[in-house]
Design a binder for this molecule. Sequence first.
Ligand SMILES: Cc1cc2nc3c(=O)[nH]c(=O)nc-3n(C[C@H](O)[C@H](O)[C@H](O)COP(=O)(O)OP(=O)(O)OC[C@H]3O[C@@H](n4cnc5c(N)ncnc54)[C@H](O)[C@@H]3O)c2cc1C
Length: 249
Amino acid sequence: MRVMVCLSYVPDTATRPQIASDGRQIERTSVKFILNPYDEYALEEGLLVRERFGGEVLAVCVAPDNAREILRTALAMGVDRALLVRDEWTLDSFGVGVALATVAQRYNADLLLMGRQSIDFDSFQMASTVGELLGYPSVSVVSRLVIMEDGTVVAERDVEGGKEIVHTRLPCVVSVQKGINEPRYPKLPDIIKAKSKPVDEIVLPSEGPLCEIVAMELPQRSRAGKILGASDAELEELIRLLHEEAKVI
Ligand SMILES: Cc1cc2nc3c(=O)[nH]c(=O)nc-3n(C[C@H](O)[C@H](O)[C@H](O)COP(=O)(O)OP(=O)(O)OC[C@H]3O[C@@H](n4cnc5c(N)ncnc54)[C@H](O)[C@@H]3O)c2cc1C
């Protein structure tokens, strides 16, 4: 089985992003980047599939050079190969999808695994975009995955108030949900070994983005609260504030 796991290199939610001076992107130099948390589940699922069926796992990330660090994490967890598709943050989601589909075709992937969403742009669209480009079925937000010897795929999805069971066949694209497995922690010797393993790199031609971000804004800071006492005068002031400032009565 040839499994391709797609990894997104995203800003850590613990850091506070700033908007760059062009007003169209985040200021990336002041932000710590990490492996997209949902992609850890995709990685673990890929390794479990390989443990069951044999074959190999390729980890792929479309990003600038710094993203090698998350590909090294994937190597430390146990993937066989790591590939950086070099892009200096020029691609929109569709462009990333085209790059991933191109790699999947060249690699002859039987199974593509992704996280349910990338926590930077939250598009939830990569699995269906790549599936469509390859002509493969795609199943999104999967919480349990079973692959049979004959290539039948049984995927369980959590839906409002219940579960949905989907049957499809390899080759296919699956995006996974938190809880599908318990991602392994890389052991120290594996982290050290991963530092000397190769991370391959390619650059793919791109026709430029189909969609363009024209403006980005941080959410408005919430207004500071006011503390009033319980005297009659202050109650009157409270009513005035609710009426004139908050405009809720
Ligand atoms: C309109 C628009 C314009 C954009 N323009 C730019 C731009 O000019 N510059 C810029 O830097 N970014 C841009 N982006 C952001 C960027 O291209 C993608 O949003 C991002 O790589 C993919 O995130 P997603 O939210 O589309 O993915 P989702 O569909 O939410 O991601 C699902 C899964 O797909 C996989 N995946 C997602 N991204 C990658 C990746 N890069 N490599 C490997 N696997 C991945 C992961 O497994 C992830 O869990 C733009 C996004 C949009 C929506």
